[in-house]
Design a protein. Structure first.
Lengths: 793, 192
């Protein structure tokens, strides 16, 4: 989230789309209800189902899963056509004034530079026009036809209410009613927020979808404002923290993972530190060398010296253009090219796409290590034939599966210390309350014992380059069970010479004098102690920022981009809702997202971007600088805007024999997966109350579809996709209805997740049906908007 | 840490407040004697489910003396948290059933190639076997230089996944383990 849960109460309008907080984040949803009650805020809910969130909204629009960009593009169109945008904000705080290369263009669904053979774009025409010093040229009148603003207006001119209605399956009138409410915040003095969740992230065009939302919020002047922002609700207790700590392509703190052509630390720094695109851009990522060197010092300690590039050579370097994301991992495993997998509290058979492929892939491993609270489908994958053979006809006898499996009992949250980062970016410390059951061990001990034993083997025996193993630091008092407070201090960072904790990332250096495990968390555990464990109730701004409760990254800042809450001279757009104010040579209020002692006119408001301003036009994304409506990989209709380029041409697709896609002739209905309020993901099927309250998988359909298929409530049905199927009773509701899309009737099918072949209650895995088609930027699979058919059993 | 408050102190404070309203405290005191949380230790924690980040108070019995295992007897929302102010959702309120659950894994298990069931295994043996597998795979798959002769020190036949319900500190330790081995593929639930 750019803002946070407690800030939602400051909104005048709450757009809830791609999420259902009333049921899935009920405690957080209280803040939307507070805004409604105390500020007379309007709630707008756009969703394929009439959810409990919709039930308490002021305006609900039913739409077809997978058509969100069309809806949001329509909102951008409405905002520009009616003048309901915050013109001064757009001029000062976005790249609307930037001039784009003359060669850039868009035609028939493709941007300039499309290489149909390679299946990707040559982005060289997407850049800005530059002056002699390498800065982007701008036109603050926004009238230049090559300005981002004019290109934006032209691009979204096609997204009329009628076009939106035709694609989304709603009416033009209900779209316009929603648009009037949402765009009413496009003035100084009104704030609108957006809450979204996996209904937005699980598409083959999800990053562009969220970019569209960000563009809308920038046009409306809502980014940086209390009661504004783009707020991902997120579905797991520390999914934010796990993201902050890196993935295949990122190191801790969103530093880029080293690449083979960055052979030295200097080349890495040059390759990853951006150049400022405007003279007044602070360009904060130019500090990358300080963060990277401090991370290398944390990893390699005394083995990180200037002479050896601080150990940069030990780090693994991926090939240029390689992708080691989730889909590629399992495709490679399915092909038999992966030897071992270690899963800490993760269950790919249940939560990965196309479970049949997951199960088959795991059977080609030499070994699998699973650390868990409960036995999972992943740990028991080799027994799928016995446990759920009806869903996996191709599953083989265990005797034919040579994978060795280690299933390790792990402590649960209540039995471990440490910090979770909630979706508000708050690092909240928890303390262990009880002992783990039986011989279960805390994960830090499992990781430590594995590391120490592998290291011992490399000390005693020959083997592949032992240096990276032997150089890694493990400087903890208790080697086998590191004290997590000690680890948290290392993550915060300290002065190497004195051992003093740094107070923030501003103290980090690129000369090896500081170490820091994650620059973003620098300030979380200082000489003043563990800031994440703070429990202060103070709310000095009255805005619900709670600066003394826990600790928020970065720098305990509660509202990201808060400098944009004021005009170029620093005058707040809304004095009653100013997160920061410039007084007597410093900022008061929230921690400024700006240089703390620089007057408001010193730099652009978006210090993390080389532009110095926010991007309405984002030339770094894979499928184009402006979001465009593309159909899901499986769709009941052709793309109404450009039939020849129907789905995202750059989406990640796989071609194994397990990866078939279906068409509307055979699979006519649009399926969407969702969560129930009684359950949490694939865990609570082990819990008595949850599994009693919602014991059974079901298939939700509309009365219209029940009539079409001749189904009665409770009929047992099979729902199938081109990949697999699930069986259960049908639930007929008024929460969905027949939609008309491109003149055709379209029906949607709702599939709650939560069951599997192990648990107090059992049922089919919904991911039996989902495709391994993924967003090209994020690698997230398309769990919303794939095609299915129904059969009565 | 200041996060352990005796339940009795809290009740006393509550009682002092109550007298100002003129209630008789005797019935409340009598009832408190029998409350299952009257003698518990309270520990502050965070709900492990969705990302709202509700604070919870875990009530445990057992004084953590040698050979005494403490166990969770009650979970409630923490009224001091500005996020949840004591409230919890239907999942959070039943966390005790998640923690104290007969389905929890309590012993390491091992499934040999071709086996039709899991067997129990001792931790030491499991650790030594797993470390051996990891080293063998690394020795076999490690790439010190790529086909252009560039130093890459990478391992692409072993992958690590997980971490979205683990703490930052554990994820950081996993990052050290990952880079020590040279593992390229490290993925988590955020991707899904």
């Amino acid at each position: 989230m750019t803002n946070g849960w407690t800030d939602v109460r400051n909104a005048d309008v709450v757009l809830i789309m791609g999420g259902n907080p009333a049921e899935n984040h009920p405690v957080g949803f209280r803040f939307a209800m507070q805004a409604k009650k105390n500020r007379k805020a309007k709630l707008v809910c756009v969703d394929p189902r009439f959810t409990r969130t919709a039930a308490v909204s002021d305006k609900y629009v039913q739409m077809r899963s997978g058509s969100d960009i069309a809806f949001l593009g329509g909102l951008i169109h409405h905002s520009l056509e009616t003048g309901q945008y915050h013109e001064e904000y757009v001029r000062e705080h976005t790249n609307a004034s930037f001039l784009v290369d003359d060669e850039f263009g868009f035609e028939d669904g493709l941007f300039s530079g499309w290489d149909s053979e390679a299946g990707k774009y040559d982005k060289s025409s997407w850049g800005y026009q530059k002056d002699g010093r390498g800065y982007a040229r701008i036109d603050k009148t926004l009238e230049n036809p090559r300005s981002v603003f004019q290109l934006l207006r032209r691009h979204y001119s096609r997204y009329t209410p009628e076009a939106v209605a035709n694609i989304c399956g709603c009416s033009a009138e209900e779209f316009t009613e929603a648009a009037k409410i949402v765009c009413s915040t496009g003035v100084a003095g009104r704030s609108g927020t957006i809450l979204y969740a996996l209904g937005w992230t699980q598409h083959s065009h999800s990053v562009q979808l969220i970019h569209t939302a960000a563009m809308l919020q920038l046009l409306l002047g809502n980014v940086g404002m209390p009661g504004g922002g783009i707020n991902a609700q997120r579905g797991h207790s520390n999914i934010q923290g796990a993201t902050d700590m890196g993935a295949w392509d990122k190191l801790p703190g969103y530093l880029n993972a080293p690449r083979a052509d960055w052979r030295t630390l200097a080349e890495y720094n040059r390759g990853t530190s951006p150049q400022a695109l405007r003279p007044d851009s602070l360009n904060y990522w130019s500090n990358t060398p300080k963060f990277m060197t401090s991370l290398l010092k944390a990893y390699y300690g005394a083995n990180a010296k200037r002479e050896n590039d601080f150990g940069y050579g030990y780090m693994p370097k991926h090939a240029e253009g390689a992708n080691h994301g989730w889909g590629y991992l399992f495709d490679k495993m399915y092909a038999g090219d992966v030897s071992g997998l270690i899963a800490f509290g993760m269950n790919p058979v249940a939560n990965g796409p196309n479970s049949k492929k997951m199960i088959a892939a795991l059977g080609k491993l030499d070994w699998l290590i699973v650390a868990e609270n409960f036995e999972t489908e992943t740990a028991a994958f080799w027994d799928a034939k016995k446990l759920a053979g009806e869903y996996y006809p191709s599953a083989v006898d265990p005797s034919e599966i040579q994978t060795e499996v280690f299933l390790l009992p792990a402590a649960c949250f209540a039995e471990k210390d440490g910090a979770f980062v909630n979706s508000s970016r708050w690092l909240q410390w928890k303390s262990a309350a009880a002992d783990p059951p039986g011989e279960a061990l805390p994960d830090q001990e499992i990781v430590a014992r594995l590391f120490l034993e592998v290291r011992r083997l490399y000390e005693e025996e020959a083997g592949a380059n032992p240096e990276p193993v032997l150089s890694m630091q493990w400087p903890y008092g208790n080697q086998v069970r590191p004290d997590l407070a000690e680890v948290a201090k290392e993550i915060n960072g300290r002065q190497v010479a004195t051992g003093d904790q740094v107070s923030g990332f501003g103290e980090l250096k690129d000369d090896g004098s500081t170490l820091c495990g994650n620059w973003l968390y620098s300030g979380s555990y200082t000489e003043d102690g563990n800031q994440m464990a703070r429990r202060g109730q103070n709310d000095s701004t009255g805005l619900g920022l709670y600066a003394d409760w826990a600790w928020s990254w970065p720098a305990n800042r509660r509202v990201l981009y808060n400098r944009a809450s004021a005009d170029a001279d620093g005058k707040p757009w809304d004095a009653t809702r100013a997160p920061i104010q410039w007084r007597d040579g410093r900022y008061v209020g929230d921690v400024p997202d700006y240089k703390a002692d620089a007057p408001p006119d010193a730099n652009g408001a978006f210090i993390m971007l080389p532009e110095g301003v926010a991007r309405l036009y984002a030339p770094g994304l894979v499928e184009g600088p402006f979001p465009e409506h593309y159909e899901p990989a499986e769709s009941p209709v052709e793309n109404a805007l450009h039939p020849a380029v129907s789905s995202n041409p750059t989406a990640i697709r796989f071609n194994s024999d397990a990866d078939s896609l279906g068409d509307a002739a055979e699979y006519p209905y649009v399926a969407v997966t969702y969560r129930l309020t009684e359950h949490y993901h694939y865990w609570t099927k082990h819990v008595a109350s949850s599994s009693t309250l919602q014991s059974t998988f079901f298939v939700e359909i509309s009365q219209d579809l029940a009539e079409e298929e001749g189904l009665k409530a409770g009929d047992q049905i099979r729902v199938s996709s081109a990949r697999g199927h699930a069986e259960g009773p049908v639930l007929i509701t008024k929460r969905m209805r027949k939609l008309t899309v491109s003149g055709k009737p379209v029906f949607q099918v709702g599939l709650p997740i939560h069951w599997g072949f192990l648990g107090r209650v059992k049922g089919p895995l919904v991911n039996n049906l989902t495709p391994s088609v993924m967003d090209p930027n994020s690698g997230t699979p398309e769990y919303k908007g794939f095609l299915v058919k129904l059969e009565k059993l | 840490m200041t996060d352990r408050i005796s339940r009795r102190t809290l009740l006393k404070a509550g009682a002092a407040a109550a007298t100002t309203f003129g209630f008789s405290l005797e019935p409340a005191r009598a009832a408190a004697k029998h409350l299952k949380i009257a003698h518990t230790t309270q520990t502050q924690s965070i709900c492990p489910y969705c990302a709202v980040g509700c604070s919870v108070i875990l009530h445990t019995l057992g004084d953590k003396a040698h050979n005494v295992k403490s166990s969770v007897v009650h979970v409630e929302g923490d009224p001091n948290s500005p996020v949840n102010r004591g409230t919890l959702c239907p999942k959070g309120i039943s966390l005790k059933q998640f923690i104290v659950n007969e389905r929890r894994l309590t012993k390491p298990r091992y499934r040999a190639p071709g086996a039709t069931e899991f067997a129990e295994i001792e931790w030491d043996e499991a650790i030594s076997k797993m470390a051996r597998r990891i080293k063998d795979s690394r020795d076999q798959g490690f790439e010190e230089r790529d086909d252009q002769g560039r130093m890459v020190n990478r391992l692409d036949n072993v992958a690590i996944i997980g971490g979205c319900t683990d703490t930052n500190e554990i994820n950081y330790l996993i990052s050290k383990f990952r880079f020590a081995l040279g593992v390229l593929t490290y993925e988590n639930q955020a991707r899904l």
